[in-house]
Design a binder for this molecule. Structure first.
Ligand code: LLP
Length: 421
């Protein structure tokens, strides 16, 4: 039996997309992205909760536009992400820029653009306050609460590089006050792919309590991290229950704080993860004695998550869905490293070169983490629109274009030789 994880798109449709646009290709479903945004907005009906989309999960401009159209703002973590959202006509006040090792140039750029600047170190706060006395900002704290699907994405723990230590918040407040800067918001993000809802509730508690130190408080941002199930038998995070538990506490807070305060969450994966898959073609099937391998035309250069976090993604054959006999295969990438495995010991229909596979739940942190390792081109991206069409939203370069562009960028194209010194 191959995986019973539901394929979010009709396999014939995917086959048609693969034949028309080639592989490897990321495919995203607009209607699913929209439904998920709308679902989030129903969670706290009687509370001032707003949603920001974490752009790092999937920054294709078409995807950003769809999410903007659903009325979400944006969580950004680099000046480039800020510019991308601005160029797509986002109001700067709907862009939350959480800094991480920010440079002066990035700080001035962001301040000039009028985005909400969320500062995570005392040094950067001092630099900001000295440069922009009388202005406003937000601060990110380190809540000392640990979560995330892997140690590499656990951001709130005691030893995390992110945020201002809780015992230093009073100092941050003093720095701001000395320069007439109003700290309007407080933020934390404990990790991505949260395992225990209780940790998110505990983080909310820490932020609500810490916010009492901020006399100019206007908002509290609880970060992102809402997980999705990657395995067919995984229980999804119970968002309704979480929202119910959080609502009570947020309501109590509002009744005592005595001023209007907005709450933010900033999920990325939950919105786009299940709405995307990576289509790839099998080109090699081989028996290595103890293991049988399916070799594909993609690899960890295109979907890094399995190699980096041992992450699991369902792999489904879209060509041979009804095949009677199955085999257990390692699904191998085409990168020249033995760690380039997209799935281990997967039960799949007996496969042959030319078959197409879909790697599911790849809409978040797929294309945004892709690279050109082994000098291979990036995948194409295709959107299945809400009205049922499909269109490319990023084309794939041919091998020739890939190499020609590379030579141009390095100053060694035929007409440029000698320009790089
Ligand atoms: N807010 C902040 C400040 C973040 O650092 C992140 C993710 C998010 C929000 C969104 O988290 P999400 O809701 O998507 O879990 N490459 C990893 C994930 C890294 C996430 C980094 N920060 C992966 O593929 O699992």
């Amino acid at each position: 039996m191959q995986s019973n994880h539901p394929l979010p798109v009709d396999p014939d449709r995917l086959q048609a997309i693969a034949q028309k646009w080639g592989t490897p290709t990321y495919v995203y479903m607009e209607s699913m992205i929209r439904e998920r945004c709308r679902m989030l907005k129903t969670l706290f009906p009687d509370l001032p909760v707003s949603w920001l989309y974490a752009v790092k999960a999937n920054d294709n401009p078409h995807v950003i536009r769809i999410i903007a159209g659903e009325g979400l703002g944006f969580d950004t973590v680099s000046y480039e992400e800020v510019l991308l959202c601005l160029r797509l006509d986002t109001d700067p006040r709907d862009i939350f820029y959480t800094e991480n090792n920010m440079t002066d140039a990035e700080m001035h750029g962001a301040a000039r653009q009028g985005v909400v600047l969320n500062i995570g170190s005392l040094g950067r706060l001092k630099a900001f306050c000295s440069a922009y006395p009388g202005s406003e900002c937000s601060i990110r704290i380190k809540p000392d609460i640990s979560d995330g699907h892997h140690a590499k994405v656990d951001t709130g723990n005691q030893d995390s590089k992110f945020g201002i230590r809780m015992d230093l918040i009073a100092q941050a407040v003093a720095i701001a006050r000395d320069h007439g800067v109003r700290i309007r918001g407080i933020h934390a993000h404990i990790g991505s792919g949260i395992q225990e809802p209780e940790n998110l509730l505990a983080e909310i508690e820490v932020l609500l309590k810490s916010s009492s130190l901020l006399e100019d408080l206007a908002f509290i941002n609880f970060g992102g991290g809402i997980p999705i199930p990657y395995r067919a038998n995984e229980t999804p995070f119970d968002l309704q229950r979480f929202a119910q538990l959080a609502s009570g506490r947020l309501r109590d807070f509002l009744s005592t704080v005595g001023k209007p305060v907005t709450f933010f969450f900033e999920p990325g994966r939950w919105i786009v993860g299940p709405a995307g898959l990576l289509l790839t073609q099998v080109n090699t099937v081989k028996d290595q004695g103890r293991k049988k391998f399916i070799g594909t035309d993609t690899g960890f250069n295109h979907l890094l998550r399995p190699a980096l976090y041992d992450a699991y993604h369902e792999v489904v054959s879209i060509t041979a869905r009804e095949a009677k006999s199955t085999q257990t295969y390692h699904v191998a990438g085409n990168i020249c490293e033995s760690g380039d495995m997209l799935g281990l010991d997967r039960s799949l229909p007996e496969s042959k070169p030319g078959d197409y596979l879909a790697i599911l739940d790849a809409g978040a942190y797929g294309m945004t983490m892709a690279s050109q390792y082994n000098r291979r081109a990036l995948p194409a991206e295709v959107l299945i629109t809400s009205d049922g069409y499909h269109k490319t939203i990023r084309s794939r370069k041919s091998p020739e274009e890939t190499v020609d562009d590379f030579l141009r960028e390095t100053g060694l194209a035929a007409n440029q030789v000698g320009e790089v010194s």
